[in-house]
Write a protein that binds this ligand. Structure first.
Ligand code: GEK
Length: 253
């Protein structure tokens, strides 16, 4: 880890769903979520830290020197910080994109404070309508799942076009199993994982309600089929922990 660019972990503990709510509102990435986001994502997404660590190893292997990287749905820029922590300042240029103004503001501030020498940019935009510049690596770390399912094919096809030959797309997602029993087992163990990380049954169930129809997961099979349809000749699942997975898709060089 580059000492000039440590991982940022200054945040509040996530207690958003800890008290009973009369009506659980749809989940949104507002100020309240931003304030506790690093704690929330670490305690809610199995393998989140390992995935961030591997992103920089993938970048070291696949990025040509000085190439451009997109981080779509960057939130507070954790993927960008992971890359900046492992790669020299001239190794890559980074653009984080997020729709939430509160996320974008905090991400910009974090990059200025933690890795001012690296070329880190953050844009407030909808990843469905952005004009993409040619890139060597595109990261979708737990973001595609928040897009309406009917918008996903078109986005991936555009990302395939934006990737340079030899470029890679890393896609991490919450997933569902085709088999109902397998799915139920993974979801139950996922709830055990959340309990072990300090979430109460009330928090787990209210968060589940808030995410209904907001986070719509696909099967791994559907993801790989979509990647193929978008143009990627090859993709594989490199990481899986319960109902959370990360895939990599290659654009032939
Ligand atoms: C991380 N990647 O820490 N356009 C742009 N941003 C969007 C859109 C959209 N259409 N829809 C949702 N978002 C991050 C974690 S969080 C995942 C990603 C989670 C943004 C949204 O504002 C939020 O910041 C992010 O996608 C999803 O590695 O919270 O589980």
């Amino acid at each position: 880890m580059n000492p000039a660019c440590p991982m940022s972990d200054a945040s509040y503990r996530d207690a958003i769903f800890s008290t009973p709510l009369d009506r659980v509102a749809r989940f949104s990435f507002d100020e309240q979520v931003v304030a506790c986001f690093p704690d929330m994502i670490r305690r809610s997404v199995p393998g989140y830290g390992q995935i961030l660590g591997m992103l920089s190893l993938i970048a070291q292997r696949h990025l040509r020197h000085g190439a451009h990287v997109y981080d779509l749905g960057c939130s507070l820029g954790a993927s960008g910080l992971a890359l900046a922590g492992a790669l020299p300042f001239d190794a890559f240029r980074y653009t984080g994109v997020d729709l939430s103004p509160a996320m974008v503001e905090r991400a910009r501030q974090t990059f200025l404070e933690e890795c001012p020498e690296h070329a880190m940019q953050v844009e407030e935009a909808d990843i469905r309508t952005l004009d993409y510049a040619p890139s060597g690596m595109i990261i979708l770390n737990f973001t595609l799942q928040f897009l309406p399912p009917e918008d996903r094919d078109a986005l991936l096809a555009r990302l395939y076009q934006a990737l340079e030959p030899g470029g890679v797309l890393v896609l991490s997602e919450k997933t569902v199993d085709i088999d109902e029993r397998d799915n139920a087992w993974r979801v139950e163990r996922y709830h055990d994982f959340k309990r072990a990380n300090g979430y109460s049954d009330l928090e787990i169930s209210q968060k589940r309600t808030a995410l209904e129809n907001v986070l719509v997961p696909d099967t791994l099979e559907a993801h790989h089929a979509r990647l193929k349809k978008a143009g990627f000749p090859r993709s594989l699942t490199w990481f899986q922990y319960l109902n959370f997975a990360s895939m990599i898709a290659f654009k032939e060089g």
